[in-house]
Design a protein around this ligand. Structure first.
Ligand code: ADP
Ligand code: MG
Length: 249
C-alpha cells in the first residue's frame, strides 16, 4: 500500500469548518471532522443530509465552498492529484465501460493510475478473483448483472491499492451473495490497515463493520460515537431520536 507521505498527525482525513453550498443552499455546514488512519467510519443520515456531498469532496470530485480539507496531509483542492492517488471511491454509479470486457475495463483504469505494466496483468487477475469474477473476466460488462457490475467497480477501486476507501451506499442493489462478498472485502481492507468511510442506511452493517458511526442531519454532524458495545437496535434508536426519522431497519 502506498503510504501517505505528507502526514504530520495520526489523522488521515481532516476537515475544518468545511462548507459546501449549492447556490444559496448549504449541503454541508461548517463540518469539523478528524478520521484516524486505519479507522472504519460509517456515515449515516437521512436522504439529503449531505453524505454523498461529503464523500465527493473527500474524493476530490468537487470543491469546498469554504473551509479546509486535507487527506494524508495533502490539501484539497490544491493537491488533488496527490490525494487521488491515495483514495478510491465506490459511488452509486459503477463508472464502467459497458462495451469493454471486465479485464479491459481494469486495464484501462490500471493505465489511468499508472500501474507498472509488468505487474498490471497480475493485479487485474488477482482483483477479478478477489471479487469472484475470475470466470467472467472476458465477458462484456454489458452482460453483467447490477451485482456483478458493483463487484467489478470494487475491483477497479482496489486496483491501485488506495489508502482510503470511500463508499457511497455500496450495498444498494446487491443480492445477498454479493453483499456477503462485499462484507468480506471491506473486513479484509480494514484488517489490512486501510481507512474506510462508508455512507449507508444499514444499521446492522454499520455496527458490525465500522469502528465509529457519524450521523449527518441537514449538513451538520449530529452524532459521533464508537460502535464498541453498540448493537443495531441501540444505534437505530439513537438515529430516530436525533433525526426524527425511522431508520431503514
Ligand atoms: P445524501 O447523500 O445524504 O442523500 P446529498 O449529499 O446527495 O445527500 O445532498 C445534500 C443536499 O445537497 C441535498 O439537499 C441535495 O439536493 C443537494 N445537492 C447535492 N448535490 C447537488 C448538486 N449537484 N446541485 C444542487 N444541489 C445538490
Ligand atoms: Mg447520497
Amino acid at each position: 500500500m502506498p503510504q501517505p507521505s505528507n502526514l504530520t498527525s495520526s489523522s488521515i482525513i481532516e476537515t475544518r469548518s468545511l462548507v459546501k453550498a449549492f447556490g444559496l443552499l448549504p449541503a454541508l455546514r461548517k463540518l469539523d471532522l478528524s478520521i484516524a488512519k486505519g479507522e472504519f467510519v460509517a456515515l449515516l443520515g437521512p436522504n439529503g443530509s449531505g453524505k454523498s456531498t461529503l464523500l465527493r469532496l473527500l474524493a476530490g470530485l468537487s470543491k469546498p465552498t469554504s473551509g479546509t480539507l486535507t487527506i494524508g496531509g495533502w490539501e484539497l483542492p490544491r493537491e488533488a492529484a496527490a490525494v487521488r492517488a491515495q483514495i478510491g471511491l465506490v459511488s452509486h454509479r459503477p463508472l464502467l465501460y459497458e462495451t469493454l470486457t471486465a479485464r479491459e475495463n481494469l486495464r484501462f483504469f490500471g493505465r489511468l493510475y499508472a500501474l507498472p505494466a509488468n505487474t498490471r496483468e497480475t493485479r487485474i487477475t488477482e482483483g477479478l478473483e478477489r471479487v469472484g469474477l475470475a470466470k467472467r473476466g472476458d465477458d462484456l460488462v454489458r452482460t453483467y448483472s447490477r451485482g456483478m457490475q458493483q463487484r467489478l467497480s470494487i475491483a477497479r477501486t482496489l486496483l491501485h491499492d488506495p489508502h482510503v476507501l470511500l463508499l457511497d451506499e455500496p450495498y444498494t442493489g446487491l443480492d445477498q451473495d454479493a453483499s456477503l462478498t462485499l462484507d468480506g472485502l471491506l473486513t479484509e481492507a480494514h484488517r489490512d490497515g486501510h481507512t474506510v468511510v462508508m455512507a449507508t442506511h444499514e444499521m446492522d452493517r454499520a455496527v458490525r463493520l465500522a469502528d465509529r458511526t457519524l450521523i449527518l442531519a441537514r449538513g451538520s454532524l449530529v452524532h459521533d460515537a464508537p460502535t464498541a458495545g453498540m448493537d443495531a437496535l441501540a444505534l437505530a434508536a439513537i438515529y430516530t431520536d436525533i433525526t426524527g426519522m425511522a431508520s431503514a431497519r
